[in-house]
Design a protein around this ligand. Structure first.
Ligand code: NAP
Length: 328
């Protein structure tokens, strides 16, 4: 059997770079070609990947479908790591092009909350609604395997920015719901490895049937209280204060008009501003994420596919939250 070829859309991105890296390094010998699609092959990120052996493929707004057809020619695996904010035209052109391609496996740009189980009837986050619509259209159009990989939140974001209630710098913590509710988090590098490993399993006729369409991984699972203790231990500080927020009234505000919702959050002042975010961090989508954490729906510890992806942790060691905090 010849080795599979892979094409990575958004492979220069925050997550995409780490996915590209996994294919170009640890898993290089399992793939024949690694193409990274980009709007700008001259960018530093694209050039860094090229120096590691990636074939850069430029796609342009003028001829989206033609660009994607060329980029996907001969690809066995196509990975989509575009941001949710990518324009509709691009998303639609991708669905049409993968449907025409001869690829066997396609990864949806999921990589976050398992929104199949989230409970916001009639007031769901726009981001998740958009992902659900894309998944439905893709599964109807593409005859190969469509994989949704749910990773919960990225470890790097959770420990660097206070948006999930972990403020390492100020040793301050906010829990939506109980501070002992479990929260799964996965590092970018481990997500990259998981995508490469699943690509191998899903393209090998011997193992392809063992790969489900919906896959959950959990690099590490912690609680806000546990993270508070990790910070105290690793940074040598007194255990910080944990503020707790009742989930029910916050969830209620998600149903209401936005101004009322923002005012409420500002009043309770329990939703910290992200350094780069301003009011963006008060967004409906982010608060939905916090509620999901508070409701225990980001706990992937007992139901996950870690064993399929990385049996016995023998292929790599999953990064822990403690290691990430130690490296800050
Ligand atoms: N679980 C979590 O905590 C979490 C956090 C963040 C993101 N995510 C998910 O991870 C996936 C990837 O997100 P990301 O933040 O890594 O993406 P990103 O870095 O914002 O974008 C990935 C790449 O896509 C291209 N791109 C950016 N904006 C675009 C646009 N508007 N139209 C077309 N192409 C565009 C850029 O490549 P070129 O400039 O080279 O073309 C960029 O390098 C998404 O599904 C997102 O929802 C999850």
């Amino acid at each position: 059997m010849s080795l599979p070829a892979v094409a990575i859309i958004g492979g220069t991105g925050f997550l995409g770079q780490q996915i590209s890296n996994a294919f170009l390094t640890d898993f290089r010998s399992s793939f024949s070609r690694i193409r990274v699609l980009t709007r700008d092959p001259s960018s530093q990120k694209a050039q860094d990947l090229a120096s590691k052996g990636a074939e850069l493929i430029k796609y342009s707004g003028d001829e989206l479908e033609k660009s994607f057809d060329e980029a996907f020619a001969g690809a066995d695996v196509i990975v989509n790591a575009l941001p949710g904010g990518a324009d509709k035209e691009t998303k639609q052109a991708i669905i049409k092009a993968i449907a025409r391609s001869g690829a066997k496996v396609y990864f949806l740009s999921e990589f976050g909350s398992d929104h199949r189980i989230n409970d916001f009837p009639g007031y769901e986050s726009e981001e998740w609604l958009g992902k659900q619509e894309i998944a439905k259209e893709t599964r109807a159009a593409f005859k190969g395997k469509v994989i949704a990989l749910y990773t919960s939140a990225f470890i790097e974001l959770a420990v660097k920015f206070p948006a999930l209630g972990i403020d390492v710098k100020n040793n301050a913590f906010t829990a939506y719901g109980s501070p002992t509710t479990k929260i799964s988090l996965t590092s970018l590098a481990d997500i990259g490895r998981a995508v490469a490993r699943l690509s191998i399993l899903a393209t090998d006729p011997v193992t392809a049937a063992s790969v489900p369409d919906d896959i959950r991984i959990a690099g590490d699972t912690v609680t806000i209280e546990g993270v508070r203790d990790i910070v105290a231990r690793v940074k040598g500080v007194t255990p910080g204060e944990i503020k707790t927020v009742d989930v029910a009234p916050i969830k209620e505000t998600l149903k209401g008009p936005s101004p009322q919702f923002f005012d409420y959050l500002r009043r309770v002042a329990l939703f910290p501003l992200c350094p780069h975010g301003g009011d963006g961090m008060y967004s409906h989508a982010w608060v939905c994420n916090r509620v999901v954490l508070g409701e225990g729906k980001a706990d992937f510890s007992s139901q996950n596919d870690n064993e399929l992806v990385n049996p016995g942790g023998k292929l790599w060691k999953w990064q822990t939250v403690e290691e990430a905090i130690g490296g800050l």
